[in-house]
Design a protein around this ligand. Sequence first.
Ligand code: NCD
Length: 468
Amino acid sequence: MVKLANRHLVSIDDLSNGEIEALFSLADEMSDSMGRQSDLCRGKIMASLFFEPSTRTKLSFEAGMLRLGGSVISAADIGASSLAKGESIADMAKVVGSYADIIVIRHPWEGAARVVAQYAGIPVINAGDGSHEHPTQTLCDLYTIRKKRQTIRGLRIALWGDLKRGRTVHSLIYALARFGATILLCPGPGLELPEHVLSRLSTDYRGELKRCRDLNQALETGPFAVDAIYRTPSSPHQLAMLPDISMRVELNAGVDALYVTRIQKERQTHTTKEKDLNRAYPVVDKKLLRGKGFKKTLVMHPLPRVDELACEVDADPRSMYFKQAAYGVPVRMALIALMLGAREISVSGDNDHFTTKPVYHVYERDPGIKCPNTDCVSNQETEIRYIKPKFKIVSRMPLTLRCIYCDHELHPQYVASSEWHQGKVANKKYHSANSRFARSIRPENLIVFASEGEAQAQQFKPSSNVRQ
Ligand code: NCD
């Protein structure tokens, strides 16, 4: 049985493939009997905290809760809540957790939903945290693809546009990797998928990523500029074999879905270079869709759209974006009902990523190192007593730490062991992180420094493997 009661949905990886499938069956049921669900969550309260603009996500969550017979309380902008008075997210979470039964939060800081989940004491759903993730949009996206194509495994899905800051794309890519789709990455100029997302694709999902520019060959893709292709370990022809030919085959085979996104203007740094890039942003229109590879392509978009998707496509039977938005209600009704424990539902064979996903040692130490992402909640909160920087140690060679809040990674150069100085200042040595010696330090004893200066400030001296 799937029991999502008392769980959180912060990352799409908080749900297994089997749980997602089961949720979709329940969403089918909800959509067939939308008007007959009003007893399911009667007496329950959903706190709807949207500290960034939202139409679809907020209203479909609220409509979903009302159709389930529950009630909604809301806070609409940071300026109108006590966060504006300097209250920490953690305090807000504890308080709202004592008023409601479930929290839905959208916040501009990456990792904010994770903090709320840690402190609220009730189920928390991430409705978008900065550029990080937007798992419930991914549920709507997958549900739409499933409705049309019955399966996701083996489909070829192109992600188009702002892959750098689009949170919908980040959650979607992890899910597609887990469900076994082939992913074509088609970023706008300068808007490539961030390194930490690529890194998570290879460490956690173990598929194969081939960057087109590495092929040292001009690909005739027209405006459809494929930057990289990702295939899961289960795909039949691995890219490593004859990569050029394999890539060409992929590009000529057409795409099952084209997922268009807008430029995330509100997250741009507005450099002149970026303004120029905006002018070169690709547009999806009738002309493009006349291309050979798009005959049966589902045209998707999380919405809102701006100029990147021409209105002339709306009447085309391949356009799916208003369906994606409409599915938001039954999908979110199913999710709320499961997370409030109002429904349970059985899962068939759940032998997937959830059971095979890597378990990483968590690094947490005072005085700590900081996450390199300035938009991470751990760098924003002034009340640092609550938010301690924490990292998963995802690799020892090179040493790679991944922030548990926002997934950005850092590669510290200097480390020490907590075991070897035995209280004696003379024994306190720091090492080059990539030395053999450093790699033998057990993860629970590892001390990581942001710089040599920091190591010395903590009274460590360079060992012989640190280049002077
Ligand atoms: C998206 C979001 O907020 O990330 N919108 C949505 O929830 N459907 C996409 C966007 O704003 O571009």
